[in-house]
Design a protein around this ligand. Structure first.
Ligand code: 2HG
Ligand code: ZN
Length: 493
């Protein structure tokens, strides 16, 4: 339903020549120079669900170059899509039409690290796994971790307000990001690379850019607070046969592991069946069950942590809520538990197309969305478990229980309007009716922008729009997404 907005100018040789005059030659990739093949990897997302037709990728090497690029785009009404690791799941980092891609990939230096406060300052294009390795060598850790860490970059993490696997313990980027440097569309630079944990001097402007998905400006540098690396890590893999049991185990884990719990993740039998099939991963689990849980602890005293963990395991054993349970023997096995959990999204994508939903829903009804969605797809006769000709192969549910965040992955042969219409807006209506929001950690992007009304009131959307108009009056930043002209909304204020 989207049409290119003709208020944006189309790219000319003159524009390209300007960019070539301010950036290193190899950092301007343009179709005018027969670079289509190279452009493709910037135009398509990793799921191959979204594809734009940008003719130009710019890779500035410093903040000043980003500023010059944006100012020129703004003055010349050229639409822009900021891009980081391009590992997003909602089509937020690829163009819709011919927007110019400004990638922060060439800005990947660590600027400063303070081993007293643990504050790390780095360029937006630093890869998350590289930051983790850097912090780890110094006895610290990045408070954010996720399966895509080898590809995603910190600027994209910040811009999409990514959550990840240890949010339960270390909290959100809204609390861990202490400062940001951001370039506004008019080229102005907000230099707010604060190292301070506390600041009560008025509006906290940097928060606007955390989760703005590049609609207000481009994050160029990040100051992030890093906690100490744990001295003792434990991991437990459990299986259980009901959602009620999952909740009992969660409550007990929070009660008995309190300050040392660092993750409480789950995947269901549908997710596990794909991990088994495509990744050939089962060990140490022996039997199939309804739900699998990965619990991890981070602490500073092994004896203390082991004693706590054993007491917790005794409790859940007595409650008879677990069928299989394994405590990791060493770091290698801990890693293997995590690899199993982190492989779920990859396994779900192996069949062809996958529709991904990232819902934040109060815990008691969190899993019902998967149950109801399966019922709906079965009633429509597109999902027939066990039937090879079924259009939908699998509906897997997994995610971050402790954060009330479920991922529903619906694996199909192809992306089709028929399946999309069966799922959406049903899934967003369901979420709203159950007091949830339509994205917990992946963002809105092209996928969910039009459905924002299911999670934000019209008063809030108006405020968002006013902020957008203030910072990006020409609407050059990541257009067509996030706050699109056409909204599908059920909320009435
Ligand atoms: C995860 O928790 C990620 O593994 C990816 O957020 C979820 O691909 C997905 O749906
Ligand atoms: Zn997740």
């Amino acid at each position: 339903y989207l049409k290119r907005d003709e208020k944006y100018n189309r790219l000319t040789e003159e524009h390209v020549n300007y960019f070539k005059s301010i950036l290193p030659k190899e950092n301007v990739i343009c179709s005018f120079d027969d670079s289509e093949k190279e452009l493709l990897k910037f135009n398509v997302d990793w799921m191959k669900k979204y594809r734009g037709q940008s003719q130009l990728v710019l890779l500035p090497t410093c903040t000043e170059e980003v500023s010059k690029c944006l100012k020129y785009c703004n003055d010349n009404k050229l639409a822009v899509v900021p891009q980081s690791g391009n590992s997003g799941l909602v089509g937020g980092s690829v163009p819709v039409f011919d927007e110019i891609i400004i990638s922060t990939k060439a800005m990947n230096k660590i600027i400063d690290f303070d081993d007293m406060s643990g504050v790390l300052i780095c360029n937006a294009g630093c890869v998350l796994a590289d930051l983790e390795a850097y912090a780890s060598e110094r006895g610290f850790m990045i408070p954010l971790d996720m399966g895509s860490k080898k590809y995603c970059c910190i600027g994209g993490n910040v811009s999409s307000n990514a959550g990840g696997l240890r949010y339960l313990r270390y909290g959100s980027l809204h609390s861990n990001v202490l400062g940001l440097e951001v370039v506004l569309p008019n080229g102005q630079i907000i230099e707010n690379l604060s190292r301070l944990r506390k600041d009560s001097t008025g509006y906290d402007i940097k928060q606007l850019f955390i989760g703005a998905e590049g609609t207000l400006g481009i994050v160029t540098n990040v100051a992030i607070s890093t906690p100490r690396k744990p001295k003792a890590i434990n991991a437990v893999l459990l299986s259980t046969n009901s959602w009620e049991n999952v909740q009992v185990i969660y409550k007990k884990a929070k009660e008995e592991l309190q300050e040392i719990i660092s993750a409480f993740e789950f995947f269901d039998e549908h997710a596990y069946s794909l991990v088994k099939k495509h990744m050939n991963m089962t060990a140490p689990l022996k039997q199939a069950n309804e739900f699998y849980i990965l619990i991890e602890t981070h602490g500073s005293n092994r004896e203390h942590d082991d004693a706590k963990l054993n007491a917790f395991l005794d409790t859940i054993k007595k409650l008879n809520v677990v069928q299989e349970g394994y405590v990791s023997k060493d770091d290698k096995q801990t890693r293997s538990f995590w690899v199993m959990r982190e492989s779920v999204p990859v396994a779900c994508s192996m069949n062809g197309a996958v529709f991904k939903y990232d819902l934040s829903i109060p815990m008691a009804t969190l899993y019902n969305v998967a149950v109801d969605m399966r019922k709906r797809l079965m009633e429509a006769n597109v999902y027939r478990p066990g039937d090879e000709t079924s259009e939908v192969f699998n509906v897997a549910a997994y995610g971050h229980i402790g954060d009330g965040n479920i991922h529903l992955n619906i694996s199909c042969k192809n992306y089709s309007k028929k399946i999309t219409d069966l799922i959406e807006p049903y899934i967003y209506e369901w979420t709203q009716e159950h007091n949830g929001v339509i994205s917990g950690e992946h963002g809105l992007g092209l996928m969910k922008g039009a459905y924002l009304g299911y999670s934000k009131s019209s008063v809030m959307i108006d405020i968002m729009q006013n902020i957008k108009n203030l910072l990006d009056p020409n609407n050059i930043m990541n257009p067509y997404k996030y706050l699109p002209k056409k909204m599908i909304t059920k909320l009435s204020d």
